[in-house]
Design a protein around this ligand. Structure first.
Ligand code: LMR
Length: 397
């Protein structure tokens, strides 16, 4: 019956992470998957999250189905985090938000929405982007292309990006990383967002923001700059976000898809269509994680505790960037490792070739993604020097 079913080639990032866990070398270093790990190499269990879980256990909340759009308190809390409490798009009821199964679920629901309501629109992704963006949009039936983004000099090809976007057909969908670009760590500055937005507007393009790392760049408010600037411009756009990384609740699959519309009536209809997509797929999202997230965001003490932990994570990543930069500069003073300091968030793009990445993995048990993407939070005070030794060794010749 199933003879014709083909084998799944596997997902490059997940497969690499699995290979790391199978590796028995004690000195191995995991710089592959985008999961924040602490100095002990563990995903930290945040105090606020544990407290919220304790509260939920003690209050023994019943578990009927959530509505198709998800928990109201979770959705409201996510909207406030994204747009800022009282933002006019919220006050005017112009944002349709559904709770989704992670931000992958949000991207997929958004892709299906586009496929249904803008069937002739193609999707444009940054070159490079998170690998799974390609599969998510292609599998929804959309045609996918790339716009210039990352330059060989380690910077942003902003002019080439604008030139490409200016030539796109109306209603083309442009996927933009709102902060902490995955995989390069290269972001638009606020001034560049202000130049980009009129191009999106004039060409009637549909921005689709992906915000998985809010708080890992400069702070929760600062990292929402693109979201708020687009909202301010009056444009309609889609936005996928998650707190998986910032709250360390990866397994709870808590994400959201928000669609900013022209008015409340449009938002109502869009919400209805998103609910229909959810109903046809998994009916309604899981409750536990969304209750934890909402409790943390709504309770002032838990919220303050979470923000404190998030600040510590962000600062630790910055410090690791500086430590690796110094260690590499000591070994190769003639080379410029400034990219480590200018790139933002969890990832840095090293420009290592596939061969160099393989050598790091096979010879030194250091795992990077084949593109040369390095997850900075896998570094630790006790492995930075060894990683720098290995990186210097594979760079020779
Ligand atoms: C990553 O980019 O490593 C993370 O977002 C995990 C994933 O789903 O690939």
């Amino acid at each position: 019956m199933f003879q014709h079913v083909e084998a799944f080639a596997g997902d490059a990032i997940v497969a690499l992470n699995e290979a790391f866990h199978r590796d028995t070398r004690p000195h191995k270093v995991n710089l592959s998957i985008g999961i924040y790990c602490d100095e002990q190499g563990q995903v930290p269990a945040q105090h606020a999250v544990c407290e919220a879980e304790q509260y939920l256990a003690e209050t023994r909340q019943p578990k009927p189905y959530l509505p198709m759009e998800g928990s109201t308190s979770f959705r409201n809390a996510m909207q406030e985090l994204l747009f800022g409490a009282g933002h006019e798009v919220l006050a005017q009821g112009r944002v349709a938000t559904v709770q989704t199964v992670g931000s992958s679920g949000a991207l997929k629901a958004g892709a299906e929405f586009i496929c249904q309501w803008f069937p002739s629109s193609a999707v444009w992704l940054s070159d490079p982007t998170w690998d799974n963006h390609h599969s998510l949009f292609e599998s929804a039936g959309l045609s996918v292309h790339s716009y210039p983004y990352y330059g060989a000099d380690g910077g942003l090809r902003f002019d080439a990006m604008l030139e490409t976007l200016r030539a796109l057909p109306r209603h083309s969908v442009v996927l933009l990383h709102a902060c902490c670009h995955n995989p390069t760590g290269v972001d638009l500055t606020p001034a560049q967002w202000q130049l980009l937005i009129p191009v999106l507007q004039q060409k009637a393009l549909i921005p689709f923001l992906d915000l998985a790392y809010q708080g890992f760049g400069d702070g929760l408010e600062e990292d929402a700059y693109a979201v708020r600037a687009l909202a301010q411009s009056g444009m309609c756009f889609l936005l996928a976000n998650t707190l998986s990384k910032s709250m360390g609740v990866y397994a709870e699959r808590c994400g959201a898809l928000s669609v900013v519309c022209a008015d409340a009536a449009q938002a109502e209809r869009v919400l209805g269509q998103l609910k229909s997509t959810v109903r046809q797929s998994y009916f309604s999202p899981p409750a536990h994680g969304s209750r934890v997230v909402a409790r943390v965001l709504e309770d002032p003490q838990l919220r303050a505790s979470w923000e404190c932990d998030l600040t510590a994570m962000r600062e630790r990543i910055r410090s690791l960037r500086h430590q690796l930069h110094a260690a590499l500069t000591r070994r190769s003073p003639e080379r410029d490792f400034g990219y480590l300091l200018t790139q933002r968030g969890m990832f840095s793009y090293t420009n290592f070739t596939v061969q160099q990445v393989r050598s790091l993995r096979e010879t030194y048990a250091i795992y990077l993604v084949n593109s040369g993407r390095m997850c900075i939070s896998g570094l630790r005070a006790d492995n930075v020097e060894r990683v720098a030794d290995a990186m210097a060794a594979v760079s020779v010749g």
